[in-house]
Design a protein around this ligand. Sequence first.
Ligand SMILES: C[S@@+](CC[C@H](N)C(=O)[O-])C[C@H]1O[C@@H](n2cnc3c(N)ncnc32)[C@H](O)[C@@H]1O
Length: 375
Amino acid sequence: MTTAISVLEYINSCIKKEETDLNDIESFEYHLSKLEELGSHLLFKKFQAKGFFESNTFSSLEEAQKNVNVLPKYNRILASLFELFIRHGYIVEADNKKYKLNINLTLNIDDILKNLKNMRSINSEISSNASLLTNVIDSYFEILSGEKSIFSCIFPDGSLEVIEKIYKESPDAKYFNIWCANILRYYSDFMSKAQNSYFSIIELGAGIGSTTEHLLNQNINYSNYTYTDISRAFLNHGARSFKHDFIKFKILNIDNDSQLQGFKEKYDIVVATNVLHAAKNIEETLKTVRNLLNKNGIFIINDGVDKRDFSTLAYGLLDGWWTFEDPHWRIDDSPFITRANWNKLLHSAGFTHVTSVNEITKPALKLLQDVIIAL
Ligand SMILES: C[S@@+](CC[C@H](N)C(=O)[O-])C[C@H]1O[C@@H](n2cnc3c(N)ncnc32)[C@H](O)[C@@H]1O
């Protein structure tokens, strides 16, 4: 008999048998952390050039930012940046929430830009991340004041090229997308033996299709692949990239009831890569997911499970980064949810069995993303 536990045990045993190679990720993570340091430092210097902690006086953060023109909607990202500036030691707390400049900082903007340039030419794997970060930091104050849209930095001249490279080609993105595909293959192998050989799948926030590409590459019989996103532009992009009779492209907002959006049928598989952190209320979104799933259906979540400075710096100015209304479930100063909180959330949403790739493979390296499996 097929039960959630038998499916999960099979998937678990297959994951254990798979060889994992973290060499590429290790090198990428090393360079990304260097990029995060340079990006944070550059942004701090730009704040300083605006009068933020220019002198050696003690100020509260509110006093320090008085020369920076900021729309109220950006208050959350500013709080997150201050945390980052303090953690990196650019400003130090002196007394009772008063801070002052760390006088030991020696690099100036030109030095930092030179280091960034060197880094991009030496480490091709990091160059898309570096160009996104420098685009955003170059326009940071125009975005904060509302003169410019962050989208013009993320999609320069409307191009998806940089973001596609980051989401499709970076070693960490590839690694977790391949795990999503592997898990789906194990699930379909097991279920085909038991009863079913055609599977229906719905992908949430499919965006540029970086996970889709991998899921379609497997030898799985899909009766129906429903590619969804909140944005029509991404559905159009998906329709240009994936041309199979069984794929449908539909708008679905994960913040709203799926039935009210016309999704009446149930699916064997729900996949969500890098989108659930954008949910306004994760408990409500998980109810929607539950409603979309068949009995013995599988839910695969591929998302950040820890704070990442690159994401704060590059994506923190996006309105969607801070729309969450349930900070008690999130990591401080970030929309991400820890693995431990995912466990609690998924169990209370009615999933009886939950595990994850990192939990099973126990990587020697600290990974800030995970693929969580719930049945
Ligand atoms: C970071 S991208 C990830 C795209 C893709 N899954 C990947 O990993 O390459 C997030 C995607 O979620 C979509 N999104 C954001 N908020 C959403 C919402 N409330 N409902 C559905 N999709 C949403 C965005 O339009 C975008 O395509």
